[in-house]
Design a binder for this molecule. Structure first.
Ligand code: ZN
Length: 83
């Protein structure tokens, strides 16, 4: 699965525009800023509502690219399931 994610991400080219944050573990767009009790902390962390991941690392892509990634993953998954 990790190799699959890497393959998909290697196809991404950075572009300007509206972006979306994706979970680095499951690529879910359900990433929310984790509320920090101590407001002076500089590092902003994010929490994935899908797999429970929490951390400062996230994947930022444009909305268009996010759609492509999700479609690609869906295709790859279907391929694997049909083997
Ligand atoms: Zn996740």
């Amino acid at each position: 699965m990790l190799k699959l994610v890497f393959d998909v991400l290697s196809k991404i080219k950075r572009r300007k525009g509206k972006t979306i944050k994706l979970c680095p573990i499951c690529l879910s767009p359900k990433l929310k800023p984790a509320s920090s009790i101590s407001g002076w902390l500089i590092h902003e962390s994010y929490k994935c509502l899908n797999c429970g991941y929490e951390g400062v690392i996230y994947i930022e892509v444009s909305l268009e690219e996010a759609e492509k990634i999700l479609n690609e993953l869906k295709k790859q998954k279907e391929k694997l399931e049909n083997q």
